[in-house]
Design a protein. Structure first.
Length: 57
């Protein structure tokens, strides 16, 4: 429960910061985060086939 409260407080701080930032900065920051998440998802998707599940137990 404490984790949930902390996460909501952090989300509120982040949304408050975006509300006071210029629109162009918010768009650029959102695009950077989206590219980072996309690269992470691609790396995770392609990484599961190699190494992890192919051990000879």
């Amino acid at each position: 429960m404490l984790f949930l409260v902390a996460a909501l407080m952090l989300l509120g701080v982040a949304l408050g910061t975006v509300a006071h930032a210029p629109l162009s900065f918010s768009v650029v920051a959102g695009a950077v985060i989206a590219v980072w998440l996309g690269a992470f998802a691609l790396r995770e998707r392609h990484g599961h086939g190699r190494g992890r599940g192919s051990s000879a137990h």
